[in-house]
Design a protein around this ligand. Structure first.
Ligand code: ATP
Length: 586
């Protein structure tokens, strides 16, 4: 098999960490893809993002800092204390490994050249070793790799093993690079994105486009076991506007406030993916059982909202309750304490048939025949109507039973994987108040706290996602609504995402004390959206020199664990909200 020296990859990484320009990241990837043998495309695509497999497989190398220290020590002959001091001084285990490896460069003059597949395969063996003796096995493998590595290679091997590669290579950057390298130019990105939306696996997309170009990408199909990126809703503030937008008859469904689940059934095996496409099957043994007993089809992909119910009254409970189910231990106990009901609202595949290309009305009928309602299993109630008054009435009933509002759906629309469009439109109670809707924003920077908040961050710089650009644009600085525990918890968590400079994907005029890789999403309410010269969301769109900013923002207490940074409120949505707010004032 053709291979590539790992040193080539590392040269490229060295250039990538130095840049804060996304175009330069793309160029670096294009030149790398141009030199990569076909057999390596998948592996290299994962490696560049610091992974071994697509996220949904949930595979980690399984190396922690302690193990890395020991491996560096074994490979270099330096004592653990020396390695710890290097780590303390440099603040990064990869750099500590590099320094340590330099100190014994003499001995490694005759080392064999490492290849990309050797590095990948060894990391993969580490990820797969389990059970008794697996820690020692991982240690030996990592120390062995480092023994053959140059100091710079050692740095990146350790970062990758620890899951901290952080080159800032976002999915869309990879898609751009693939389009340019294999499909004739950036224009092909939309086709590649569609394939990615259907399989959530960039390695798979890379292999397909390199093998057979655009043609194979255009005929890409969904399959059981590979999660489909979820279809999302736009928002409007009245039933009348929604009916107008959808051009008459539509289907209003209750919008449950729980956790979205994409359920894949393949014979007797049920796999559940979260909204972010993580496998959460293990957290929901009760959901697996419910699906097993109520979905007759052998091969199907369905979507539902899991909602916590009060075991005494049977009432629906708010979203926060469900986050207690996201734990590693005591799953059965949590399932007994916080039981759930599943409310199904879509079907993407039925008996192997791809339903995503069929219109909503047909999917709904198929859903009704595919799911047997019973204890803990329901379909989301749906009302077909063209009357705004009927929708308003339906909305009241939804809110009375503990729903957030409605999602109103276009009868003719196919399932648009990964898209937020007006084929689904949400109508929530908050939209009608003076306040704008809550927003989910990404923490991109922080300001040191003073006084009582010394030692933790006192305020955060927040950004919205700009989809066309694949960047994050600042909208506000928030310091209220945080309890002391919130602040301490967030500080701890964000430390894992610190960067020496603003992320290449961040557009900000504001200077924060500390910068973060876009990763953590929090929910924020605000009194209004205003034009501001300081923030960069929708800069120049409404008025030259001004962007949109949230006024009097406040953290609601919700960290949106279920959202990735690309799922945050988009600049486009903010522009829509600003327009709606003006209308209200007008
Ligand atoms: P929000 O922050 O308002 O919960 P979101 O950004 O998570 O929204 P949206 O696209 O705005 O996602 O709203 C759709 C979400 O509503 C879905 O992800 C799903 O979890 C939930 N939902 C509840 N009931 C339904 C339903 N009947 N049809 C579609 N989605 C539903």
């Amino acid at each position: 098999m053709d291979d590539l020296p790992y040193s080539r990859l590392v040269e490229c990484y060295e250039a990538m960490v130095k840049t804060s320009k996304r175009t330069e990241l793309t160029d670096a990837l294009v030149s790398l893809y141009g030199r990569t043998p076909a057999e390596l495309l998948g592996k290299m695509t994962y490696l560049n993002q610091g992974k071994l497999y697509p996220d949904y497989m949930g595979v980690e190398v399984g190396v922690g800092e302690k193990l890395a220290e020991r491996a560096i020590s074994t490979a270099t002959g330096l004592g653990i204390q020396t390695i710890r001091e290097l780590y303390r001084k440099l603040g990064d285990m990869g750099s500590a490994a590099e320094e340590a490896a330099k100190s014994r460069r003499q001995e490694s003059l005759f080392r064999e050249e490492l290849t990309v597949s050797a590095v990948y395969d060894t990391l993969d063996r580490m990820a797969k070793s389990s059970g008794k003796g697996s820690v020692e096995a991982r240690l030996d493998l990592l120390a062995g790799l480092m023994g053959s590595a140059s100091p710079t290679e050692a740095k990146y091997i350790v970062r990758t093993a620890l899951g901290k590669l952080r080159l800032g290579v976002a999915d869309y950057t990879v898609l751009d690079a693939l389009a340019i390298t294999f499909a004739g130019g950036k224009e092909a990105r939309a086709d590649l994105e569609r394939a990615y939306n259907l399989c959530s696996d960039l390695g798979e997309v890379a292999k397909a486009v390199a093998r057979a170009g655009l043609k194979s990408i255009r005929s890409f199909k969904i399959s059981v076991g590979r999660p489909v990126r979820p279809m999302l809703a736009e928002r409007l503030s009245s039933a009348r506007e929604i009916v107008e937008k959808l051009g008459g008859e539509c289907s209003a469904e209750y919008k449950y406030d729980g956790e979205r689940m994409q359920v894949h059934k393949d014979g007797g095996v049920v796999t559940i993916f979260s909204r972010r496409l993580e496998k959460i099957t293990g957290n929901y043994p009760d959901a697996v059982k419910l699906v097993g007993s109520s979905v007759g089809a052998r091969r199907a992909i369905l979507e539902c909202e899991a909602v916590a119910v009060d075991p005494g009254s049977g009432d629906l409970l708010p979203f926060q309750q469900l986050m207690h189910r996201r734990r590693k231990h005591g799953v059965q106990e949590a399932a007994a304490r916080i039981p759930i009901s599943l409310f199904f609202f879509d079907i993407l595949m039925h008996e192997g048939k791809d339903m995503t290309v069929r219109p909503y009305s047909e999917r709904r009928l198929r859903l009704e025949s595919a799911v047997a309602e019973g204890e803990g299993i329901r379909l989301a109630p749906a009302l077909r109507t063209a009357s705004p008054d009927a929708i308003e009435g339906f909305m009241q009933r939804a809110i009375e039973v503990g729903c957030e509002g409605l999602v109103v759906k276009d009868l003719k629309s196919r399932y648009r994987a990964g898209a937020r469009a007006f084929s689904w439109i949400k109508l929530k109670r908050e939209y009608r108040s003076e306040l704008t809707d809550s927003t989910d924003l990404v923490i991109v920077g922080a300001f040191h706290g003073r006084g009582r908040r010394a030692g933790v961050y006192g305020a955060y710089l927040l950004a919205a996602y700009d989809k066309p650009d694949d960047t994050f644009r600042s909208v506000t600085k928030v310091g209220t609504g945080f309890s002391d525990e919130d602040l301490a918890g967030l500080s701890r968590r964000l430390d894992g995402y610190r960067m020496a400079h603003p992320s290449p994907r961040l557009v900000s005029k504001m200077q924060a004390d500390v910068w973060f890789q876009p990763a953590v999403v929090i929910e924020v309410v605000a009194s209004e959206l205003t034009l501001s010269p300081i923030h960069t969301a929708a800069l120049d769109r409404i008025r030259p020199g001004a962007g949109l900013a949230l006024r009097f923002p406040k953290f609601t207490g919700k960290v949106r664990e279920d959202k990735s940074p690309e799922d945050a409120t988009t600049v486009e949505e903010l522009v829509g909200m600003y327009g709606a707010q003006l209308k209200k004032i007008g």
